[in-house]
Design a protein around this ligand. Structure first.
Ligand SMILES: *Cc1c(COP(=O)(O)O)cnc(C)c1O
Length: 342
């Protein structure tokens, strides 16, 4: 029996493709790839990867081998950012994705299992994943067949001296490893200028409508639109309250719609009293606390909205993040399994 989902995540495929095209243009002579880890930042990795491949994207990045396996039927070029654990060797040898090797142990594991085309992550100061610059210049990678040498920027969304230090450390490795390409910039890194783009960029957030640096906003469109159904419409007399802990008191008689959407769906509790639904371009504010599976919105302005109607939530990532203090990344990747996606 098929039960229609009471909430859905509408993906604007056209906006997604347009964002990639914009980032591809901004990448200049560098190719533009796509980070589709964490299920395509919560939007659905297969759906996202298909749309981006159709737009012209050729390089895809996931976190682990399960994510790579999920994309295998699409026949794309996929790199696995978390590299190669002992448990991954068998699946990695199947050849549908490349590991991004980031420790001497992983490099040895790859060589011992037969080697072949791989990527390598170099740490230039973030101290997260990657082999050291010294190890690279010392010959650790000698003989490896490297497609892409990567490094990752810690502060690309800020204007701080660390960016230039990382860029210089990475640029110093040009011609030192036999890698066919070099790749440094994530979404924000693309905005830092031509020196940061090398041969391949790897945006994630900006593809999905996140704004990594304010000056990039003009190029990017919203992709993810949470939509929920009205379960009940009710009249709240002046002076009564709505929701847990009675944080909102009706200043006048108010019409309220209860939506089938809550923080268990990734619609964060931090949006209590801050979020809104949007109908015909008009915002209908969230009233009081967001519950686990429900929230209340003010529909006094819309006598026509009734039980069973679908509403789109305002989910402008930059604005929602600024208002709630929740990062744009979390607003996307938290969108839960309960949404029907498409
Ligand atoms: C997630 C990730 C990206 C994409 O970062 P955004 O900030 O979402 O553009 C690029 N490179 C690496 C190594 C990553 O882990």
């Amino acid at each position: 029996m098929e039960i229609p989902a009471p909430l859905r995540l509408r993906i604007d495929r056209d906006a997604l493709q347009s964002n990639w095209q914009a980032l591809d243009r901004l990448s200049g002579t560098a190719a533009c790839g796509a980070a589709v880890k964490a299920n395509g930042y919560g939007l659905g990795a297969t759906l996202v990867a298909k749309a981006l491949a159709e737009a012209g994207c050729r390089d895809f990045f996931v976190a682990n081998w399960a994510e790579a396996l999920a994309l295998a039927p699409l026949g794309l070029t996929v790199s696995v950012l978390h590299g190669l654990r002992a448990d991954d060797v068998e699946v990695a040898r199947a050849g549908f994705a490349r590991p991004v090797l980031s420790t001497p142990e992983q490099i040895a594991r790859w060589r011992d299992s037969g080697g072949g085309l791989c990527d390598v992550m170099v740490d230039t100061g973030m101290n997260r994943l990657g082999v050291s610059v010294e190890a690279v210049t010392g010959g650790l990678l000698d003989g490896l067949q490297i497609e892409t040498l990567l490094s990752h920027l810690a502060c690309a969304d800020e204007d701080v001296p660390m960016n230039a230090r990382q860029q210089a450390a990475f640029a110093g490795l040009k011609g030192q490893t036999g890698a066919r390409r070099m790749s440094l910039a994530n979404s924000a890194g693309i905005g830092l200028g031509a020196d940061y783009r090398f041969d391949l960029t790897r945006p994630g957030l900006a593809l999905y409508g996140g704004v990594p640096r304010p000056d990039m906003a003009q190029h990017l469109r919203q992709v993810a639109w949470p939509e929920a159904q009205i379960l009940q419409r009710r009249h709240v007399p002046a002076g009564e309250t709505v929701g847990y802990n009675a944080t909102w008191t009706a200043p006048a008689d108010t019409e309220v719609a209860i939506l089938n959407l809550g923080y268990a769906d990734g619609y964060r509790r931090a949006l209590s009293g801050l979020g809104a639904a949007v109908v015909d371009g008009v915002k209908l504010p969230v009233l009081g606390r967001v519950s686990m599976d429900l929230l209340a919105i003010n529909v006094t302005a819309r006598a026509d909205l009734a039980e069973g109607d679908w509403l789109s939530m305002d989910y402008d990532l930059a604005a929602a993040s600024a208002a709630s203090g929740v990062s744009q990344y979390e607003l996307l990747t938290g969108l839960a399994q309960r949404f029907a996606r498409g």
